[in-house]
Write a protein that binds this ligand. Structure first.
Ligand SMILES: N[C@@H](CCC(=O)N[C@@H](CS)C(=O)NCC(=O)O)C(=O)O
Length: 229
């Protein structure tokens, strides 16, 4: 299997299937195509019909769109509990909140681009961003109360739903958006997950900086300067 992704520092969509594959112990070859280079579009187009990554190649199967890739993996490796293995209700809930993440939270995503290398001062928070954060907090609290049991993840153990939400967990952390204590507890679980830390470590050691993704925010910490990840 071959997963083509973009910069680990910035590419939230790439992170999602990568976390799922690593967490499930699925072997794969990885190609990172750095964004905003002269040959980026041409390199991505070699693999992806949309000119976007992530894209997964598995023999004859070419799968684009992060959530479609995760769904393909869940079918292909049905014993690995990529979506929660418990009840149909739990699985349906995991799929619904994953689809909601895939299509939603635009205000937060636009205002606070993913950047694993920095901590930024809390920006001015619009009503739309505040509504996105409130919805995230509700989803995480409600899911954990109903399906989390004693585990730290949304459905107890790590699942595709956690992978879908991991990039927004990092945004709340990077931009220091105010959250409730139980939200912070869930964020800390994701941010200390060994698979997430493997991704973050690689991100911090990438050579590329894209100024356009960094401007407009006041950095108060730079984890790339001499960081061991
Ligand atoms: N809806 C797509 C979004 C993919 C996407 O926007 N990918 C960005 C990187 S995070 C990309 O490939 N950009 C190409 C470019 O900027 O040239 C998914 O879920 O996979």
């Amino acid at each position: 299997m071959h997963l083509i992704i973009a910069n680990k520092l910035y590419s939230s969509w790439s992170m999602r299937p990568w976390l799922v594959m690593r967490a499930a112990g699925i072997a794969f070859e990885e190609t990172v195509v750095p964004l905003r280079q002269a040959d980026t579009k041409e390199r991505i187009r070699r693999y992806s019909p949309t000119g976007l990554v992530p894209v997964l190649i598995d023999g004859d199967a070419v799968v684009w769109e992060s959530l479609a890739i995760i769904s393909y993996l869940a079918d292909r490796f049905s014993g690995k509990g990529i979506f929660p293995a418990g009840s149909n209700a739990a699985r349906a809930h995991a799929k619904a909140i994953s689809v909601e993440m895939h299509g939603g939270f635009r205000a937060l995503r636009q205002a606070c681009p993913m950047n694993l290398g920095k901590r930024f001062a809390t920006p001015a928070i619009s009503d739309e961003v505040q509504a996105d954060v409130a919805r995230l907090e509700f989803i995480w609290r409600d899911t954990r109360q109903r399906f989390g049991g004693s585990g730290g993840y949304l459905f107890g153990d790590f699942s595709a739903a956690d992978a879908m939400y991991a990039p927004v967990v990092t945004r709340l952390d990077t931009y220091q958006l105010p959250v409730a204590d139980d939200t912070r507890t869930y964020m800390d679980t994701v941010l200390s997950d060994p698979v997430f830390l493997e991704w973050k470590h690689a991100a911090l050691h990438e050579p590329w900086t894209i100024e356009a993704y960094e401007e407009g925010h006041r950095a108060i910490e730079d984890y790339r300067a001499g960081s061991a990840g």
